[in-house]
Design a protein around this ligand. Sequence first.
Ligand SMILES: C[S@@+](CC[C@H](N)C(=O)[O-])C[C@H]1O[C@@H](n2cnc3c(N)ncnc32)[C@H](O)[C@@H]1O
Length: 279
Amino acid sequence: MSFDRTHLRAFEQEGWERAAAGYGTSFGRVTAGFLEALLDAAGVDAGDRVLDLACGPGLAGASAALRGALAVGVDFAAAMLRAARASHPELPLLAGDAETLPFAVGAFDAVFANFGVHHVADPLRALKEGLRVLRPLGRIAFTSWAEPQENIAWKLLFDALEAAGEKVAVKAPPSGGGLKTPGDVLSLLEAAGFEKALVRRERRLWVFASPGELLATFRQGTVRTGALIAAQPGRALPAIEREIARLAHSYRDGGSFAVPIVALLASGRKPCATSTPTS
Ligand SMILES: C[S@@+](CC[C@H](N)C(=O)[O-])C[C@H]1O[C@@H](n2cnc3c(N)ncnc32)[C@H](O)[C@@H]1O
């Protein structure tokens, strides 16, 4: 399917500018559960020069700094960078697009992106940029969400919207990457020129108190999924919440819900000798 990457980039950037204020206390708490596995996959260690790509509020870079790494963050949303600077004033944070990184060839020992690559309009360009800024044998790792069939929090939302939502037009372009299956992710790593490409599933539970909290977290802290909820008229929301509660019955855990979520954790290595372009 062909679509306009300029439109997609603008949709993502505007969306993340809007989502930034509430992200750390909403969806950022869900993505945070994958940080340590991501840093392990990127081989982040004390003294390493590392890049937190699409850093959002900066949590992955801050976790790398706690390991003693020299972390830098980059993101294209000014409001995300403001949130990151407020929480992590010690981190160097730069405004920049993942497709044209403002760093020199070989500047980093490791590059990682926690749920960032699939938001980039051209993920292949982003990974080629990751390759360029890595030193030979440097490592890349990134997470993306697995398909809704295994990502139950998303499945609950989409099924409830289908069953109880109103049929409304949603002005959201398709994502740039998809990256929902291990095959998608491996192909991308290999096309960008990485070797030793690996992908594995990381499983966590998303615990939320009520269907209303799940909806609010998606709405405040995501762009494309948030747009689906925002498009619903307020009068439809109580029925959607009731439908989520019905569908999520088997995930009840005391007074809360504990719902399985699955990330694909991808990693690879820059070959010893590459013909990486210098620009
Ligand atoms: C789901 S958030 C992930 C934030 C953070 N990495 C985390 O661990 O939660 C996606 C982030 O990717 C950033 N982003 C999306 N496309 C980008 C691009 N082309 N260049 C730089 N940042 C981008 C957004 O601004 C947003 O901060």
